[in-house]
Design a protein. Structure first.
Lengths: 253, 264
């Protein structure tokens, strides 16, 4: 699998005639099994970029290709996880997890089997018949992650998925996400504004400038896993990224 | 005594709740005895006499129970017709800008017209009978259901729809699996309000000239015969049925749509 973002730009219409540049000339090539973090300040268009990759929005110019096929609408090879979890509150945890399979007409027995399997992967055994409102934020986001995984996409798109969680839960979920990534061998495209999160998770960090967002640097993180946030090497890389985003080439466009 | 009563908040609550009803009943009975004119204010006993024999024929118009059931049947028909039209239209208007623009102006124009203003037109078009009544009742129920459906559909979270699309949902599946369940609590509220208005409309519709059954007809006819105790008994029955139905709607709401309050 390769995912290619090719000369992609996006403009928004503002009060009819005026247009605002949101993204300009983004070029990224993502390889099979990679964990990519897109790092940028609020309003730089990183969520828009992810939505275009997901096929929820169309670029103004340029294109996104997955295995040489252009994406212009939602594609079964791509799964997405939203910041607000976006679970269906009228469905139980199990019913949420297998929602995608239900849409595809998978039988009840098979669905129950898959639900069990992914419930365990999420570390939520015993909560299958609970409703989302009975779960904590962290647990809800775990359900959202396995709901996306249950239809077996090749690429997982994650839009600041842990942004609404407290620091402790957030660290735990990052850790668990890496475990799931290791088990399932998915390719992950993860949007965040947290330097710490990006350095902890990514194989490569794509650093975006403020609006209009363009790629100011693609930074490989050559740190072994599991990574230790408190280590000197980790601190060094974090410092480097923080310096980078304050440099003129990354802070102005 | 007063102090002890008000020390316990529960006692205080129930005391205050019963104070006015008991006061009204006592005042009514005193006034009835003083006036001594059953054509203006009958005694409580005579009203109870009617209420306690709901299956007894009244002046050849059928019993209180029979007439109440006739009215209820008409409301249900009118309400179902209204819901069958308003819910699909509301979903269409909520989902599609074009459908919204197409219907919105006419809906805004018709909405403020009280259903009873249509009575003469209904008589001219459909004559006396079930169709006229269903028309009036349906008009009463239609707009609350339409507006709430529209609101409910617009209130469905964008990411609920997008998550479904990404999981491979077709438009029809988005509608049945996301929009409808997501908007259901609000639609239900619209139906609850709509049924309440429909119930008010049926009683008024049954007072139209030429009607010969239903609880509205019964109390109108009792007026002509000077049976004020039947009028009051009829009014009480109308109120009680309204309460029971509203409670039924509320009951379903609390059981089926618990997630609406608990979500976040």
């Amino acid at each position: 699998m390769t995912l290619i973002i090719d000369h992609l730009s996006k403009q928004f219409a503002k009060n009819g005639q005026e247009t605002v540049d949101s993204l300009t000339d983004i070029n990224v090539r993502i390889n099979d099994g990679e964990f990519i973090c897109i790092l940028g300040p609020s309003g730089c268009g990183k969520t828009t970029l992810l939505r275009i990759v997901a096929g929820l929005e169309n670029p103004t110019t340029g294109k996104v290709l997955i295995d040489e096929v252009m994406i212009d609408s939602p594609n079964p090879k791509l799964g997405m996880i939203f910041q607000d979890y976006s679970l269906y509150p009228w469905r139980t945890v199990n019913e949420n997890i297998v929602f995608g399979l239900e849409l595809r007409g998978v039988g009840k027995e098979q669905r129950a089997k898959v639900a069990q399997e992914y419930l365990e992967l999420a570390g939520l055994s015993g909560f299958g018949n609970s409703y989302p409102y009975e779960l904590s934020g962290g647990m809800r986001q775990r359900v959202a992650v396995v709901r996306a995984l249950a239809v077996d996409p090749t690429v997982l798109l994650m839009d600041e998925p842990f942004g609404a969680l407290d620091a402790q839960t957030r660290n735990k979920l990052q850790h668990d996400l890496l475990e799931i990534w290791d088990k399932t061998k998915k390719t992950i495209l993860f949007v965040t504004h947290s330097v710490d999160e990006a350095v902890f998770l990514a194989d490569r960090i794509v650093v975006l400038t403020p609006r209009p967002g363009h790629v100011c640097e693609v930074l490989p993180i050559e740190l072994g896993r599991p990574r230790d946030r408190t280590s000197v090497e980790f601190a060094k890389i974090r410092r480097y990224v923080l310096d980078l985003i304050n440099q003129p080439k990354c802070s102005f466009s | 005594m007063y102090r002890i009563l008000f020390k316990n908040p529960l006692w205080k609550k129930w005391f205050l709740r019963f104070l006015l009803p008991v006061g009204i009943i006592v005042g009514w009975e005193i006034l009835a005895v003083v006036l001594d004119n059953p054509f203006i204010l009958p005694s409580i006993e005579s009203v109870l006499e009617v209420l306690l024999h709901p299956f007894t024929d009244i002046l050849g118009n059928g019993s209180l129970f029979d007439n109440a059931m006739i009215s209820l049947g008409r409301v249900i028909v009118g309400f179902l017709v209204a819901a069958a039209l308003a819910i699909p239209l509301g979903i269409g208007m909520g989902r599609s800008e074009s459908v919204f623009e197409l219907f919105d102006s006419v809906m805004q124009l018709l909405r403020p017209i009280p259903p009873l203003a249509w009575v003469p037109l209904a008589l001219a078009w459909f004559k006396i009978g079930l169709v006229s009544m269903v028309f009036i009742i349906g008009l009463g129920a239609f707009f609350p259901i339409l507006l709430n459906t529209l609101d409910g559909v617009k209130g469905v979270k964008k990411t609920w729809v997008e998550a479904a699309e990404i999981l491979g949902a077709r438009e029809r599946q988005v509608l049945s699996q996301v929009i409808l369940p997501g908007a259901a609590p609000t639609i239900w509220t619209g139906m609850r309000v709509g049924f309440g208005i429909a119930w008010m409309c049926v009683v008024a519709a049954e007072m139209m000239p030429g009607t010969n059954s239903g609880i509205g007809y019964l109390i109108m006819s009792s007026y002509n015969w000077g049976q004020v105790q039947v009028i009051i008994a009829g009014i009480i029955v109308i109120g009680l049925i309204g309460i029971v139905i509203d409670y039924g709607f509320k009951f379903v709401d609390q059981r089926s749509f618990k997630w609406r309050e608990l979500e976040r």
